[in-house]
Design a binder for this molecule. Structure first.
Ligand code: DLL
Length: 433
């Protein structure tokens, strides 16, 4: 029943845990030998890979954070020489420098097969025409889904993002059956079709694979009725692999985590302690198969919980609930990760000093917008109007070049931004999913 890798997706739990342990030991040996960062951390703790005798021993290991990846930019966390790396992707960092991740040939093969799992679980077959409306480039989304669809043997339409009317024309003319995008872009497509008077029934769409940002059950219903397809959720993190960490089956009741490739843990974000089964907390992931970029206990900062009960689909893999929030201040705007610190850095470098600012995020129609409001300070005030304009332009350009998303930047009077306890609320997120 739509299962791509029966042997791994339906394993008896005891066997799965034995496989995890073996793969974990191999991964720890690999990072101990090849990644200075991990070798130093392990030495500090007096830990050697042989100390891992059961899965529970995982808690002896240190966490890895985005900050660790930033410090080791660009290739410090790679566990193979660059000549063995066949692909590089990246993801937002907390500063203007992104995080760099790499894949060996074997990593790409495994990644494609993991993505094929959730595509097939959603009902995709080799007869489908898959339109990929993610950005092709450093973002892991487009290439991840592209290779997964090819592994299944479906026909891929590598459309990329934007150009909504052309997307719709291609859907009509090429008879697209599967749409791959962020959920918010799926809604934007639906709204545009409504405006153009196009009946979704006249299209051939039957399945939607959506991920890269949080969305609600209400959004699922909207997308399903407006586009006339079955909408499924899939989850991933670039540092861990990209899409292909977890995906829904047709029961649509949680995303199966591919536990033969990743060990999930739920921790209390403050104490770092592992929480009892079923608790809500921060998801931590350890990779078990990756050669080029293994991650030990990577703190995703995503809040969710795990459900170990048996799923009706026959898979024995644990399911994660929808992501309900973050334990840091990262925003996801149209599928793109943005940190307020990146914006602050852009303002600082243009103003040559700090300036009070606020970030306002809204959902206009189906699309997110990000406005940066900066208070006029002594320095900015003293600039002539012409220079103020060019200051705003510089800030805007810097933000766009670092984050890749379009923003609006405006100046307001000194002390006019609302304060709480004397402090400006940095981010006002008005979106309702
Ligand atoms: O967004 C990978 C991906 C691409 C997954 C396409 C699915 C589809 P990053 O750019 O590194 O990687 O962003 C990872 O996005 O930590 C979550 O906060 C969020 N995220 C990803 N998928 C989901 C989802 C890709 N299905 C960050 N639901 C993660 C909620 C999601 N949040």
């Amino acid at each position: 029943m739509n299962i791509w890798d029966q042997a791994h997706e339906c394993m008896v739990r005891e066997e799965l845990e034995q496989l995890q342990l073996e793969r974990l030991q191999a991964t720890l040996n690999r990072v101990h030998k090849n990644v200075t960062f991990y070798r130093n951390k392990f030495n500090e703790l007096g830990f050697i890979p042989e100390d891992i005798r059961s899965r529970a021993d995982l808690t002896k290991l240190p966490f890895t954070s985005k900050e660790d990846l930033r410090v080791n930019y660009p290739y410090g966390m790679f566990a193979v020489p660059l000549r063995e790396v066949v692909r590089i992707h990246s993801s937002s960092g907390t500063t203007s420098k992104p995080i760099v991740v790499g894949y060996t040939k074997n990593d790409i093969r495994i990644w494609s097969n993991l993505v094929a799992r959730f595509m097939m679980a959603a009902g995709v077959t080799h007869d489908d025409l898959v339109q990929i409306a993610f950005s092709y480039g450093l973002f892991t989304g487009a290439f991840g889904l592209h290779y997964g669809a090819e592994a299944i043997g479906a026909s891929v339409i590598p459309m990329g993002t934007g150009n909504t009317e052309k997307q719709i024309m291609i859907m009509q003319d090429y008879k697209t059956t599967v749409l791959v995008s962020t959920p918010s872009y799926a809604l934007a497509l639906a709204l545009r079709m409504e405006q153009m008077g196009i009946d979704p029934k006249s299209l051939s769409l039957r399945i939607g694979l959506f991920g890269g940002e949080p969305w609600s059950e209400k959004m699922r219903q909207d997308i399903e009725t407006k586009l006339g397809l079955s909408a499924t959720d899939n989850y991933g993190v670039s540092e861990v692999i990209g899409p292909g960490v977890a995906g829904e089956c047709q029961c649509k009741n949680g995303m199966h985590i591919y536990e033969d490739a990743f060990i999930p843990e739920i921790i209390d974000p403050k104490s770092g302690n592992v929480l009892p089964r079923g608790s809500v907390g921060e998801l931590v992931l350890t990779t078990l198969t990756k050669e080029a970029f293994p991650m030990i206990r990577y703190r995703t900062r995503d809040i969710t919980s795990l459900d170990y009960s048996q799923c009706e689909c026959g898979r024995t893999l644990v399911r994660m609930k929808k992501i309900t929030g973050r334990t840091d201040d990262m925003l996801i705007i149209r599928g793109v990760n943005v940190f307020p610190s990146q914006i602050e850095e852009a303002i600082y470098s243009a103003a040559k000093s700090s300036a009070p600012y606020q970030i306002v995020v809204e959902r206009k129609g189906a699309m997110d917008s990000l406005d940066v409001i900066i208070e006029v300070t002594g320095e900015i005030f003293s600039l002539e109007l012409q220079k103020q304009r060019s200051f705003l332009e510089t800030v805007k350009k810097r933000i766009i070049s670092v984050t890749g998303i379009d923003v609006s930047v405006k100046l307001v009077e000194a002390k006019s931004l609302p304060r709480e306890g004397g402090k400006i609320v940095r981010v006002v997120d008005k979106r309702q999913m």
